[in-house]
Design a protein around this ligand. Sequence first.
Ligand SMILES: C[S@@+](CC[C@H](N)C(=O)[O-])C[C@H]1O[C@@H](n2cnc3c(N)ncnc32)[C@H](O)[C@@H]1O
Length: 258
Amino acid sequence: MSVGKIFLVGAGPGDPELLTLKAIRAIARADVVVYDRLVSERILETIAEGVTQINVGKQADFHPVPQAEINQMLIRLGRAGRTVVRLKGGDPFIFGRGCEEAAELEAAGIPCEVIPGITAAQGCSASARIPLTHRGLASGVRYVTGHRKSNEPLDLDWASLADPDTTLVVYMGLSNIDEIVAQLIAHGLSASTPALAVCQGTTEQERRICARLATLPVMAREASFSGPVLFIIGRVAGLALERSGHDDATTVAISVVA
Ligand SMILES: C[S@@+](CC[C@H](N)C(=O)[O-])C[C@H]1O[C@@H](n2cnc3c(N)ncnc32)[C@H](O)[C@@H]1O
């Protein structure tokens, strides 16, 4: 039997219209789709009937399938001659462990193609209508993870992140937002720096809050977000504050997107 092929595909942040043409074509020719927790329902609805769908984001006991098992599953499917789409939220190479899967497949001799996706930072900034870089406001952008293993402290270079001239985008930061904000302020970023939190960006359930850095943790808690949350911190977020009419306030503007 000839070996199959694995497409490592970025599903984008949620809106199915943000899938690339390449992603749509790969999904259409797949006979198996292995997908993560953050792949939206509406994207899963684009998968044709009869295609085997495997959810590795959640098992019956609500624990995700361990990464090593996912790697082995992909290798097994490839060896069985299947055409597989490994579908990941956003872009597979941005906090998506896509590179680890690609390396395992390569080592096993299974052909693998990577199809990039729109990462959450891009989707969320576009739906909030703020740029990530902007002449005079932000000369660069940094993506960091706000997630840490069990009780370990966050391993981030706070001094370099507390830079008023660049935009800071924090993925997976909701549960550590108090520490993130405290560290940024302690390392010199102004407490009044504009900040935005976006939950379920680009989907029909999207919610956003605009705040100042110092008020971000309490506002994010009060918002009781459910679903993935991304923080965009920096002067560019001030454009959203301006539009909300709260640009001189230290409090929040909550906008619910229907
Ligand atoms: C494991 S990372 C995966 C990132 C993904 N590979 C990407 O490129 O967007 C998961 C985090 O991405 C962010 N995220 C993903 N989709 C999002 C969305 N639609 N709205 C807000 N944040 C999102 C959240 O911070 C979430 O905790």
